[in-house]
Design a protein around this ligand. Sequence first.
Ligand SMILES: [Zn+2]
Length: 273
Amino acid sequence: MIEQNISVSLDTQAIWLILTEEQVLLPNSDELLLKCEWQDLEFAHAYQEQIVKIGMYKGLSCYLIDMGNEHITHQNLSPTGLRALLNECSDQFFSIAARAWQVALFMRTHRFCGQCGCSMQQIDWEMAMQCSRCQHRCYPRISPCIIVAIRRQDRILLAQGKSQQSRNMYSIIAGFVESGETLEQSVHREVMEEVGIKIKNLRYISSQPWPFPHALMMGYLADYDSGEIKVDGKEILRADWFDTNQLPNIPSKLSIAGQLIEQTIAEIQQQNA
Ligand SMILES: [Zn+2]
């Protein structure tokens, strides 16, 4: 899917994902995509050798151009954060933008070999960086994470992490998978560490790439088994069982957290119907 050494000519029409610093350049107009010909993007022409094809959207190729730390001022384009894009564009386009961001981040952080310190180059048959001296090869980083919605009869466990405190947001339990651990072990461990309870009836539901910065969220539903809530006080500040008609501020359904909460509520309501 990802191709490099793309040859674009001036009349190549495409969707361009131009990254500058931590943001993507998007039109100031209502149009969410930067859809134009290469000749319209003169400010980016110095980066022609570094164009990466990320995918297709609505029949057009989507190309990544990473301008790194170069600061761009353009009358018709504004830098936009990836999270803002999540709220506005389609899932399909967001996944392309997310992939562009992760590829750019990967190339920015793999300019030198972690084994011998020599410079790394992109190889042209797959998305990887390879050392010019020792041939050490690196692939874009993906960090597996589990996320789980836990139900106790008619209530759902929601917790507030440190980063959610300022927005007074509650969500479900999530965490990184550790080396040597299965996904299931990871779910049981995270739940025990963060809120001190045991769960049962763990069911895998779906996954979502989450490019902040390179997680792959794997979503589960589970039922409460035993124990009393005891938050760790570091990652999780407070947690409680919530009635489905008295929910706090929760994540939107664009995120897998929001989808798992929604599914748990639907199951509760279905059983009570
Ligand atoms: Zn090397």
